[in-house]
Design a protein around this ligand. Structure first.
Ligand SMILES: Nc1ncnc2c1ncn2[C@@H]1O[C@H](COP(=O)(O)OP(=O)(O)O)[C@@H](O)[C@H]1O
Ligand SMILES: O=C(CO)[C@@H](O)[C@H](O)COP(=O)(O)O
Length: 499
């Protein structure tokens, strides 16, 4: 029996899956690392942590592996998108990575719009200037840390840096490059025009390959440390949402994914690269060749729940925290939460907005707050579902993955709020599964990713919307939507008091 490894470099942790040729998950290892948040709106990580925790995880996996190590044939990656890793000419990291949920770059976004032009930016990149994307981060470093910028010879995205450390080769690939705002998404090449207009040397952009392409083998020192063979073929991999889509079988038109990790996304497969959503949803290259996807993003989905747990119930795990939410009625006894604790992207591209609990009552208990947090996150994702429906998409069923898919009440809530059938997969680790599938396809086990998905992706449970719940949530959703408008000015006033 042969095996492949999928490494998902998430925001909360690196999750490693060992899969066999029958599509069975043989091992799962997870190693977490912290966010560094110096100021409100800032979010960074130390890339060395990603490398150290991945090597630790791979070593643990090898220790528990009973077969012949030479049978582990391939390895690929899925990674948190948009994060900026800057390297000097010796390929040493120049500063902490600035992550996708860091919103310090509003000024740089406006500058990009002024210089490139909103329409031209949409023509080339298919996306508007948003704080989370990589280009505004590059401009921020150029402006605020000129000495560091002066030493930069190349930028990488998070999983591309991890791959570089495991193989010694520098690459990016289309699905992650699409989230930089520097890629001509239709033409699949770095945009000289954008680089020239913004004074960025195009040599900062790494060579591009396709997600399933082999980019080398493991460096001998990595093979020695982990116990893996130095012959393991390493494939480029993809953005975590592209890999989540592959790992959930979102490989044809009409299929929709909901992923609740640190962020939350609603994603739809697109065959065409010329649809017009006016920048309301992100439009990126898929990890499948010559395919695309559109998606709406809630910045703090799982992060809202983990924030709540860290502050109010640090000592217990997620299962215990969510225990009892089914005893709380829909609407959390009159409590609404908006998950804007790190600002928001879809549908409100707003780095200043912050979260609220509306309707707090002396009778509320912790479980009411937990239910309100879950409902608020799910309402936010429903805003993306609504955008897709308003643009003519028919959404009847959705595959749900990510940490948020571990809880059955939350899955039923998704069915009721989205008014769709929710499908849970045998493994909720969609991005890691997608990475493993890219390795399996790259190794030649299958003639296409679709053929691989037929073997690897299995629906384990379905949640059907309940009419009375759908009605109740419809009313609540309207109230939820009002909270953004009612708290926008308040948050602008509060901005000067933030850390
Ligand atoms: N048992 C659980 N029930 C519900 N949600 C959970 C559970 N465990 C984790 N989560 C949620 O999943 C999130 C992590 O999901 P994950 O997909 O691993 O994120 P990432 O890829 O961003 O690292 C946590 O922030 C938490 O909100
Ligand atoms: O910024 C985006 C997508 O545009 C995020 O979805 C990141 O890709 C992080 O993903 P998770 O760690 O939440 O999976």
């Amino acid at each position: 029996m042969k095996y492949v490894i999928g490494v998902d470099l998430g925001t909360s942790a690196v999750k490693i899956l060992l899969m066999n040729q029958d599509g069975e998950v043989c091992q799962e290892v997870s190693k977490s690392y912290p966010l560094i948040q110096e100021k409100s709106g800032y979010s960074e990580q130390n890339p060395e942590e990603w490398v150290g925790k991945t090597i630790e995880g791979l070593t643990e996996m090898v220790k528990n592996f009973n077969g012949d190590i030479q049978d582990i044939e391939g390895l690929s990656f899925s990674g948190q998108m948009h994060g900026l890793v800057l390297l000097d000419e010796d390929h040493k990291v120049l500063r902490n990575a600035i992550l996708w949920n860091d919103t310090r770059t509003t000024v740089q976004c406006r500058k990009i719009e002024d210089i490139v032009g909103k329409e031209r930016l949409l023509d080339i990149t298919k996306n508007p200037a948003l704080e989370g994307f990589t280009l505004p981060k590059i401009l921020w470093v150029k402006e605020h840390e000129p000495t560091i910028y002066g030493k930069a010879s190349v930028f990488l995205l998070p999983k591309d840096y991890l791959r570089y450390r495991l193989t010694g080769h520098l690459h990016s690939e289309f699905s992650d490059a699409a989230g930089t705002l520097l890629l001509d998404v239709g033409e699949k090449k770095w945009s000289k025009e954008i680089c020239n207009l913004l004074g960025i040397d195009i040599s900062l952009c790494p060579p591009l390959v396709a997600s399933h392409e082999q980019t080398g083998t493991l460096k001998s020192e990595v093979a020695d440390k982990t116990g893996l063979s130095g012959n393991v073929k390493v494939f480029a991999g993809g953005a975590d949402n592209a890999c989540g889509a592959i790992g959930s079988g979102i490989l044809s038109e009409g299929k929709t994914l909901c992923s609740i990790g640190t962020s939350g996304v609603v994603l739809s497969y697109e065959q065409r690269n010329d649809l017009d959503f006016g920048g309301k949803v992100h439009y990126f290259n898929h990890g499948e060749e010559n395919a695309f996807y559109t998606m709406g993003v809630t910045l703090a989905a799982g992060y809202s729940l983990s924030w709540f747990k860290d502050v109010f119930a640090k000592e217990i795990d997620f299962d215990e925290l969510l225990n009892g939410i089914d005893e709380v009625p829909i609407g959390a006894n009159g409590l609404i939460f908006t998950p804007y604790i790190a600002g928001e992207r879809t549908p409100h591209a707003d780095s200043v907005i912050r979260g609220s609990f509306i309707g707090m009552d002396a009778s509320h208990e912790r479980k009411d707050f937990v239910r309100a947090v879950l409902e608020g996150i799910t309402f936010s994702l429903n805003e993306s579902i609504e955008i897709f429906r308003e643009n003519g998409k028919k959404i009847d069923n959705v595959i749900s993955i990510g940490g948020g898919a571990k809880n059955k009440e939350w899955l039923q809530m998704q069915a009721d709020i989205f008014n769709v059938e929710i499908m849970k997969l045998a493994s909720e680790q969609g991005p890691g599964m997608g990475a493993a599938m890219l390795a399996a396809y790259g190794c030649g086990w299958f003639s296409s990713l679709k053929e691989c998905a037929d073997k690897f992706v299995q629906v384990s449970e379905t949640f059907t919307p309940k009419e009375e719940n759908v009605e109740a949530y419809r009313k609540l959703f309207k109230l939820y939507q009002d909270v953004y408008l009612s708290t926008k000015t308040l948050n602008e006033g509060l901005q000067e008091f933030r850390k």
